[in-house]
Structures are given as C-alpha cells and as structure tokens.
Design a binder for this molecule. Structure first.
Ligand SMILES: NC(=O)c1ccc[n+]([C@@H]2O[C@H](COP(=O)([O-])OP(=O)(O)OC[C@H]3O[C@@H](n4cnc5c(N)ncnc54)[C@H](OP(=O)(O)O)[C@@H]3O)[C@@H](O)[C@H]2O)c1
Length: 325
C-alpha cells in the first residue's frame, strides 16, 4: 500500500489563537483527533455531537494534557433538522466568529431507516443535516473570512464495496428501489463532495473556501455496522494495517490540511484524498488535491440538481419559528 499523506509539522504548529472552529461528530474517531489538534494550536473548538456526555468525557481527558484548551461540547443531532437549527441558533448567539466548519460526522452502511424528518438515514445525517448546518452558519463564516468549509466525504463516493457512487435524483430515499447500505453510503458521500463543489461556486469572491476530503481507511467506530469493532481493533488489526488501514491520527491529516494549509484557497471545490480504493487504481495513492475518477463528481448540472433537491427536502420540514409565525 502507498504511504499515508501527512501534513508538514510546521502547519500543525501554527498559532490558531483567536480562531474558532466547529467539528461535527467530534466525540470520536477522526473528528476528535481533528478537534484536539486545533485546540492544541490555540483555537476555540466547538464539538458538535449528538452524545454531549461523550464529548464532555473527551474534553475532561484532554484537560490533563492541555489545561487551557478552549474546547466546548454542544448538542447536534444531524438526523433532526430541528436539532441542527437549535445548534446553529445557540452557536450564533454565543460566538461572534467562525473560521472553519469541519462537516465530519457520519454513519456508514446503516440498516434501512429514516431520520425523524423522513430522509433516508445515511443521506439525511451525512448530507442533508450538514447542508442545513452550513447554510445557517454561512453569514458568520463570510464575516470571519478567510474561512474554510471542509466536508468529510470518502473514496466510497466512487466505489463502496463494489457499489458505484451514483446520485439517484428520482429515488434519493430508497422508496422505489431495493435498499443497499453500501450503495446508500456511496450516494451520501458523493452528495458531500457535490455539496462542497456547489458551495465553492456560490462562495466565489467571499473568502470562504469549501472543499471535500477522503480521510483514508481509518480505524474508528464507523465500521460498527459492518463488523464487530473487536475484530477490527484486535483480531484483524495487523492484517488490516498491511491492507492499508490507518490510525485516527493519520486519518485526521487530510481534514487538518484542508482546514489549515494556505494553498487550499487556490482549489475551491476540490477533493483532497488520503490513500484509498478507487475504480481507477492509479488514484489509490490519493492526492492533495486529486481528481476524482467518478464522472458524477464533475457533473455541475447534477450538483445543481442535488442542491435544489436538498433545498426542497429542507423546505418540507418547516422551522419551529416559521410554524410559530
Ligand atoms: N473511518 C474510515 O475509514 C472513513 C473512511 C472514509 C470516510 N470516513 C468519514 O469520516 C467521518 C468521520 O468518521 P469516523 O471514521 O471518525 O467514525 P466515527 O468514529 O464513528 O465518528 C463518526 C462521528 O459522527 C457522529 N454521528 C453519527 N451520527 C450522527 C448524528 N445523527 N448527529 C451528529 N453526529 C453523528 C458519531 O457520533 P456517535 O459517537 O454518537 O455515534 C461520531 O462522533 C465520517 O463522515 C465518515 O463517513 C471515514
């Protein structure tokens, strides 16, 4: 397997004092390592998590090493648009700047199901929740420019365990076709990539740069719907490492590079990939940035149609404020 890409140590030593970042799904895996590193560099970091108690436990552990770390846990359930609105409202009331939004939270290969708002689980959590969150925070990002939005996609936006990444605008929620957990994950991760592309187009000239990333095959809890975690973490760990699985610290490198490296400003809408598995094996070494081998990742019309379809989904779930008016 090719060696994982890593950030220049100097990048992870730059002073981030005075900057504020939000990391979704920051209580575990890649999100926690990313949040911890940003705080280590002096940033204020909001851990946006559905299990706040777990995020608070991470913060308490971190305090031993970083007593003055500016880490704050706030509740965010991306499977509920009401929760997304509550989170954004609370953040905007309490924080006057936002330098970086890391849309990191995700679920993979979930059993067939719907979010409380009626969206297919993986599309709803991984894409729709992040789409609304980003929209609600956009003005604060623009006011804090230069700022970044990083969507954590996956190489599975191209090929997920043999299923091609494909956006089915005619049946986004698996109401007419047979459900397949890997195919639904591929669709949601392609949506993450197209969302970043759509943001880049709409944010031209604002100083806010949006990109998407593949973090690598990382040893985290994400695999929980696909195998018992003890198999990944103990029995198969050495074999998986030889096959390309990396540790969370290595998995956070691409997100941190996309959030912090000055060169990223020149590549709005681009896809940054750690080592991965793609249809075109010449892409497996990854690249910062890299051209996705999935033709749909370059389809601007599809990106616009998905954008409109997502806005329509969100519009069907009226905000509590609109209901009260
Ligand atoms: N690990 C890999 O090999 C790999 C490869 C490619 C892409 N990715 C992407 O990397 C990102 C981070 O995943 P990870 O590998 O670090 O896995 P992880 O350890 O399972 O982290 C996922 C995070 O997302 C959170 N989350 C799930 N559903 C949520 C919801 N409804 N609302 C708010 N937060 C929610 C989880 O919270 P709970 O702890 O409460 O479940 C957890 O904090 C994901 O977007 C994933 O698709 C990972």
């Amino acid at each position: 397997m090719p060696k994982p890409h890593v950030c220049d140590p100097a990048l992870l030593d730059t002073d981030l004092a005075g900057k504020t970042f939000i990391v979704t799904g920051a209580n575990s895996g890649i999100g926690w390592v990313s949040a911890h590193q940003l705080a280590k560099q002096g940033a204020q970091v909001i851990l946006a998590c559905r299990r706040v108690s777990d995020a608070e436990a991470r913060i308490a552990e971190a305090r031993a090493e970083l007593p003055s770390a500016k880490l704050e846990a706030r509740e965010l359930d991306l499977g509920s648009l009401a929760s997304v609105r509550r989170f954004a409202e609370g953040f905007l009331a309490d924080h006057d700047r936002l330098d970086g939004l890391l849309n990191n939270a995700g679920v993979m290969n979930s059993p067939q199901g719907k979010t409380v708002d009626g969206f297919e689980t993986q599309l709803g959590i991984n894409h729709v929740g992040h789409f609304l969150l980003t929209d609600l925070l956009l003005e604060r990002l623009k006011a804090s420019a230069p700022a970044r939005i990083v969507n954590v996609s996956s190489c599975f936006h191209d090929l997920a365990m043999g299923r091609k990444g494909d956006i089915h605008l005619d049946d986004l929620h698996y109401e007419r076709r047979k459900y397949d957990g890997w195919e639904a994950y591929a669709q949601a991760k392609l949506a993450n990539l197209l969302h970043a592309k759509g943001l880049a187009k709409r944010l031209e000239g604002t100083g806010v740069t949006a990109v998407s990333v593949h973090p690598g095959w990382v040893r985290t809890n994400l695999a929980r719907n696909s195998m018992p975690l003890w198999v990944q973490n103990y029995v198969m760990r050495p074999v998986f490492r030889l096959m390309g699985m990396i540790e969370p610290w290595e998995g956070a490198q691409t997100s941190l590079f996309a959030l912090l490296d000055p060169s990223v400003e020149q590549h709005a809408g681009a896809f940054y990939s750690q080592t991965g598995t793609y249809r075109d094996k010449s892409c497996n070494a990854g690249g910062w940035p890299m051209t996705s081998p999935n033709p749909q990742a370059h389809d601007d019309a599809l990106a616009d149609e998905l954008w409109a379809a997502t806005e329509a989904m969100i519009a069907k779930v009226p905000s509590p404020k609109a209901q009260a008016a």
